[in-house]
Write a protein of this length. Sequence first.
Length: 365
Amino acid sequence: MTVKELKEEAKSLGLVGYSKLKKEELIELIETAKAKVIEISKEEFETSITADNENIKVLGYENEDDWHELRAKRIGGSDVGAILGVNPYKSIVDVYVDKTEGSDFKGNNATYWGHMLEGTILKEFSNKHKELIVYEVPYSVVNDFLIANLDGALKDKETGDYGVLEIKTTSIWNKKEWEEDTIPQSYYAQVQHYLMLTGYKFAYIAVLIGGQQYKEFKVERSEEDIELIRNKASEFYNQNILKLIPPMPDGSDAYMNHLKKKAMEIKNNEVRELPEFEEIAIRIKELAGQKKLIEDEDKLLREKILHKMIEEKTLKAVAGKYKFNISERKTPDIEKMTKENFEVMEKYNELANKYRKVSKYLLVK
């Protein structure tokens, strides 16, 4: 077909944004638009699930509120990475708070566009895999404390085996996480969680990076990893969620923020004896001394490099594989601002004191 004929077909399909596309791009656009994605029936979905667990149920949901209610007290795929300690953005204590106190998070720009692009990525995947039937899945797989929400289900046309399709969209700034044919550990744990609840044999993760780079990864079922997820999720649910006992500290910012919030509720100012923490206090003091030594050495080494670059009258330099740049950092000149805008700064300080946020921290003397 000619470019003109391809554009006419694109128009007949109700597509937009094709006027400046090259022939190869037009063909790709049209094939993706024609790709078939079927909504799986509840009967077939229930039949496809082979997980060895009699408590497994398939439940439908009418809207997003129903979905939130289903997962409110259950551990989902996006929670597993945090429970295992492999999610850099979410801590186990975040999951604990979500399940015991509830969450008011209803989405943001990233989740909005993720949902908007999900159907497009689903069709792109279907177009690239003629050997698979690609299904949309408007159901949740649940047991007493676990839940799986699949973006898609797959069926191998030759073997009849079923698989999971997980769709991701991410910022260009996260590109490195997907380089060299690797996937973030948290997403690997997520699909293994889904394989555990469904009994499916394989999974694919399809990701759109920065809105322009499509990648996909096949993940095989791992019984060893599934057993680890099952045990950790069960332990967390039974020992922490049901008993309302927070998990032990893990060194994350999220956990420290959780503790600071809880500390704000304490009014008792009496001194309590904690003899078992004396060694920890000693170690904190040791680390403070080491931190000061490291910071001083770092400062001295940077001064040596900067001194040499000033001698050479250059803003850029290299030393082997390392690059040095003298960069600018713009910060407010408070002294000048106060001098030239005294009334404004006075009002600012008044408002700052009025709306001052109070937080607590641990001081070790």
